[in-house]
Design a protein around this ligand. Structure first.
Ligand SMILES: Nc1ncnc2c1ncn2[C@@H]1O[C@H](COP(=O)(O)OP(=O)(O)OP(=O)(O)O)[C@@H](O)[C@H]1O
Ligand SMILES: [Mg+2]
Length: 500
């Protein structure tokens, strides 16, 4: 009988009102990348948390290197050679990179933490990963993609041979993703086993040996990657055919809603464009091109140093998101944990907070009926998988959290809706639901700004495409004129100056 690094049999796990895992089996060989796939809420992260000692299984057996093990802490899992890179960043933002990497297993000398040794070892790990920031950088100062790389560095520093990567690439730049794949190849050749979770199906080809598909907490199938196709994977994941990947709809363009005129901030340089009712503008560019910074300025987060934003012919002062919301501009931001959600509150409270002005009366009393109706609508329209509207957001699967970031704005009356990477971490079927919602908004006469690093979805869903590079607009074209090559060329126009 083959001896696996990890062998799971009949694993079940229940939460109040949810069967997260129902009799699931899975195994991992040495020297392979085994991808675990399934829709949002399928149970992937829960299964990985059981291997990682974070959750306890209700039923089933876990064998590590052929031996049945019972353990219930991260420390015990680490001692068994298991490291988990979590989907949600788990770092202490106010500590340095080195402090985070050695958190809980500090190097000590004469009874005190040896910061120097920690920094030295961290510097080695970082240079192995091709990362150029210093070990004593405070994590909070790093962009999300670099924080994700620190999370990866932390897992690798333990010398584990069972490595779980739960959506490691979802916020990485292209270059970092390349670096990650190189590292994965290296780990594989050293005989380590890697479990890889991702919703970016197109990247699987690069690294994957086997795949296992889960659906609704159940095991569906394990296959060699080379014996299957993306179409087959998708239909096994969702249990039905997905007919249209990008359901673009032609809507007659209405009046001008917003005009951005010579806008500059610390990161955006003299940007001008117009947005019309019933139009989706896709913002393409490489990570770091200044798209998120543009969005932050229009939403009143970043200080505008020059230029103006005009909504319905009126110049608006944007000193805070409150000003933006008052002017009818709402935004689903990129970093959901930091800006998009209050994860300790429940779904209903998150949606209510974004819509206080519509559900509270003049003296500030919230109508619980209106709150309930709104929440019901969002859960239904976005197919948010939850046992109730009172579920704390932190207990939802990653993709379902993202749906709330998007959903909480959809129920209110806005003129301009900005989506910054709205489909990150979202499964194929739910992506189509978000695209349909964008269509719905534009049919209501709303102007949509859509920032995405995934070129196919920008090409697929936008009516117009604006390309940015190094804080500037380098192209503005109609849907019919846009091609992948043209956009890439414009996105790298000032390559040397691109700030990452
Ligand atoms: N601590 C918890 N308390 C209650 N329910 C939970 C908890 N953790 C997970 N769940 C539920 O278990 C189910 C499986 O969630 P899980 O996070 O494993 O999904 P996933 O496959 O990783 O999805 P995604 O692709 O969105 O990350 C979901 O319905 C989720 O809401
Ligand atoms: Mg998950």
């Amino acid at each position: 009988m083959e001896k696996y690094l990890v062998e799971l049999n009949g694993i079940s796990k229940r939460f109040p009102g949810v069967v997260a895992l129902d009799n699931v089996s899975f195994n991992l060989r040495a020297g392979e990348v085994h991808a675990l796939l399934g829709e949002n809420g399928a149970g992937k992260s829960t299964l990985m948390k059981i291997i990682g000692g974070i959750y306890q299984k209700d039923d089933g057996t876990v064998k590590i290197r052929g031996k049945t093990e019972e353990y219930s802490s991260v420390g015990e899992a680490a001692a068994l050679g298991i490291a988990v890179i979590h989907q949600e960043l788990n770092m202490c933002r106010h500590l340095t990179v080195a402090e985070n990497i050695f958190l809980g297993r500090e190097i000590e000398k004469f009874g005190v933490v040896d910061f120097k040794a920690q920094n030295e070892q961290t510097a080695n790990i970082l240079s192995d990963l091709g990362l150029d920031f210093s070990p004593d950088t405070v994590v909070d100062k790093l962009p999300v993609s670099k924080q994700q790389m620190v999370e990866i560095a932390k897992a690798l520093s333990t010398n584990a041979d069972i490595i779980i990567m739960d959506e490691p690439s979802s916020s990485l730049t292209e270059r970092e993703t390349e670096e990650l794949f190189r590292i994965i190849g290296d780990l594989k050749s050293k005989g380590k086993g890697i479990i890889y979770i991702s919703h970016r199906l197109e990247e699987l080809e690069r690294i994957t040996d086997r795949i296992t598909i889960m659906r609704d907490g159940k095991y569906i199938k394990t296959m060699n990657f080379k014996d299957t196709t993306i179409e087959e994977i998708i239909s096994l994941m969702v249990g039905r055919e997905i007919t249209e990947k990008y359901p673009h709809e032609d809507v007659k363009r209405g009046n001008k809603i917003m005009e951005v005129k010579n806008l500059s901030t610390a990161h955006v340089d003299n940007v001008s464009f117009e947005l019309f009712a019933g139009e989706i503008i896709g913002f393409a560019g490489l990570v770091g091109a200044g798209r998120t910074e543009l969005v932050r300025a229009i939403f009143g987060v970043d200080r505008i140093t020059d230029g103006e934003v005009i909504v319905f012919d009126k110049s608006v002062k944007l000193k805070s998101p409150r000003d933006a919301i008052k002017a009818g501009i709402v935004c689903a931001p990129e970093d959901r944990k930091k800006e998009g959600l209050l994860i300790k509150l429940n779904i209903s409270e998150n949606i209510a907070l974004a819509n206080l002005d519509t559900i509270a009366n003049r003296i500030g009393i919230i109508s619980s009926k209106k709150e309930k109706d709104l929440t019901k609508k969002a859960i239904k329209e976005l197919r948010i998988k939850t046992p109730s509207s009172r579920q704390e957001v932190k207990n939802l699967s990653g993709g379902n959290q993202q749906k709330i970031v998007v959903g909480k704005w959809l129920v209110r009356n806005a003129k301009v809706v900005i989506f910054d990477e709205p489909t990150r971490g979202i499964d194929v079927a739910a992506k189509v639901e978000i695209y349909n919602l964008m269509n719905k908004l534009k049919k209501q006469g709303i102007g949509v700004m859509f920032v995405s690093s995934e070129l196919p979805e920008v090409l697929g869903m936008s009516d117009r495409i604006i390309v940015m590079c190094a804080g500037r607009i380098t192209g503005d074209m109609q849907r019919s004129e846009a091609t992948q090559e043209k956009i890439m060329e414009l996105a790298t126009k000032f390559q040397a100056e691109v700030i990452e």
